[in-house]
Design a protein around this ligand. Structure first.
Ligand code: ZN
Length: 424
């Protein structure tokens, strides 16, 4: 008991020490750093594009340092004078997915990208880091930024109206999700509002959101498109839409994404936000979610309610997919000598750091893929796109299939911790 109390006290003092006094280092608005990330299978480079001042900081003013260690990339912001780390955040991106494609073996390509952090009072050093093959973060790029520089763009966004669709007040202490429409014309904005409310209803049917409605704000920006729908390149359908979303990303029919990050971020900046959700006006099945990057979901497919929270699992809590494509060679996708960074998939290299604490003594490891273990936390083989040597925590989960409304206990725990991180 004494040991427990002691470790609890140490944990509290560590947390106090680890986090940063917001008012000492920051002003209550955002700095946005835009860049191009480019390269190929063998090398990656970052090229500075522009810096913008944005009117809101949607994030926590308490939890400024990332305590999760998720994502393929990370930004770190240091106060220049004291060399103190004052902000950090992990994220992933479309570029990192592209470097696993056949195209990345043949050619180099760049993607526009953007990171935001609270607006610093004094000169900072910004570092952008990427994990190496052993999943250790290495610095890709660094730049000193003087917040008083006249080169920082201060344009205000004034074209679109905004809506509070579910409002629990005080955005610093809430998870703020901005819903952005794509492929809704001006005449279809009413449909956008109705669709958004329908998805918010689906969202709050899923735990841990269901029991924590008061920790979430949903915002919308009425950004309308010239044409209705979205691009479906495989059917030679091309639509002029505000965010330029499209199916067939990297050749995958149902993979719905956009590369128009500059316009997306300009629109998101109308409101305070932690997460961007793009609702695409189409009935075609599909979606996408990338950690601290963006979420997308098609509005009118009958499975979209479940897709909506599955994608949010990726973009909000960095959860991995728990399904496989029947592929057998884990070594082709993962370094099998180091543990995976996603909370809900493992190669058993360091399982103690994963969900071992949630497994009952009588549950076999690995756990047979049988209905007997349907409601147990275990170590089920087949996850992260491969059939062998990558394991998941449950027989079924929202991150595995559309057959369930629930996150498995491991995914639930991760989403819950993240929700608390953004709402204090
Ligand atoms: Zn799960």
């Amino acid at each position: 008991m004494k040991v427990q109390i002691l470790s609890f006290l140490i944990l509290i003092s560590f947390n106090l020490k680890a986090q940063i006094n917001f008012d000492k280092y920051f002003i209550d608005k955002s700095m946005r750093f835009d860049y191009n990330i480019g390269g190929n299978k063998n090398e990656t480079k970052v090229f500075y594009n522009k810096i913008k001042e944005e009117p809101f900081w949607g994030g926590s003013t308490k939890n400024l340092i990332d305590t999760f260690n998720f994502g393929d990339f990370r930004i770190q912001v240091f106060d220049k004078k004291s060399n103190k780390l004052i902000y950090s955040r992990g994220y992933s991106n479309l570029y990192y997915e592209w470097i696993d494609t056949e195209e990345a073996k043949q050619t180099s390509r760049s993607f526009y990208e953007s990171v935001t952090f609270p607006f610093p009072k004094n000169t900072i050093l910004l570092k952008i880091e990427m994990r190496n093959k052993n999943l250790v973060f290495k610095t890709l790029f660094e730049k000193e930024i003087n917040p008083n520089s006249i080169s920082i763009i201060k344009d205000k966004q004034i074209k679109y109206k905004t809506q509070k669709l579910h409002y629990s007040e005080e955005h610093h202490k809430k998870l703020d999700i901005v819903i952005i429409p794509d492929g809704y014309t001006k005449e279809e904005l009413n449909k956008f509002h109705k669709d958004s409310k329908r998805f918010i209803k689906y969202f709050f049917e899923v735990e841990p959101f269901k029991s924590n409605k008061d920790k979430v704000n949903f915002w919308a920006v009425d950004a309308f498109s010239e044409e209705s729908g979205t691009d479906i390149p495989g059917d030679t359908i091309w639509k002029n839409t505000v965010i330029n979303t499209h199916f067939y990303t990297f050749g995958w029919e149902r993979y719905l994404t956009t590369q128009d990050i500059e316009e997306l971020r300009n629109i998101a900046a109308y409101v305070p936000y932690d997460q961007i959700y793009i609702l695409v006006n189409t009935a075609k099945y599909g979606g996408g979610g990338i950690y601290n990057y963006y979420n997308l979901c098609s509005a009118d497919h009958k499975q979209s309610g479940r897709v909506f929270t599955h994608e949010f699992g990726h973009a909000f809590a960095a959860l991995g997919d728990e399904y496989d494509y029947g592929y057998n060679k884990a070594e082709d996708i993962y370094n099998m000598n180091v543990e995976l960074w996603q909370a809900n998939i493992t190669n058993l290299v360091d399982f103690d750091s994963k969900w071992k604490d949630l497994i009952k003594k009588d549950t076999p490891i690995p756990t047979p893929d049988s209905l007997i273990y349907k409601n147990k936390v275990g170590v089920f083989e087949g996850a992260g796109y491969v059939k062998k040597k990558i394991y998941r925590p449950a027989y079924d989960c929202k991150m595995r299939s559309n057959n369930t409304d629930n996150f498995c206990p491991v995914c639930y725990r991760t989403v819950f911790k993240m929700l608390m991180f953004y709402s204090e």
